[in-house]
Unconditional design. Sequence first.
Length: 164
Amino acid sequence: MTIPFAHLLAAHAPRAHRAALGIMGEEQEAREVAQEALLKAHRAQDRYDHDRPFYPWLYRIVKNTCLDAIARGKHRAKPGLDDQRVPSIQASALDQLDQREAIAHMRRAIQKLSDEHREIISMRHFQDLSYTEIGEILDAPAGTVMSRLYRARRALARVLEDGQ
């Protein structure tokens, strides 16, 4: 039994939003672009190969929709983290301030990376994709994914060491 396409889209909508947020960097813009990408995916459902994993196909649509929005100048590309996700309920006001400053520091560092480095860090660390899933998206073997991720992490570490 195959899952209805609308259910696939609904089940992957949060991942599409996180992917858009990783590229766009701003919550509202990411929400709008993710919705646009889901609509495009729905319209293109006849081109989806059911023998292949669904999310890598959807991710390509999300990424291209983000890049189209950036190219149109409609959105600003500011990859980073969502400030509201990290603070814990039990953290003191001072701890929350420290967390926000750390997130802002990391966001600035991530913005300084190349597009390729930002993308692979976002896929692995913010979207929690496996090496296999990333390889499917990038059309690269797992070993290549690991080496690209290693280089991206090293680049991020250098930016952080330079103190911004």
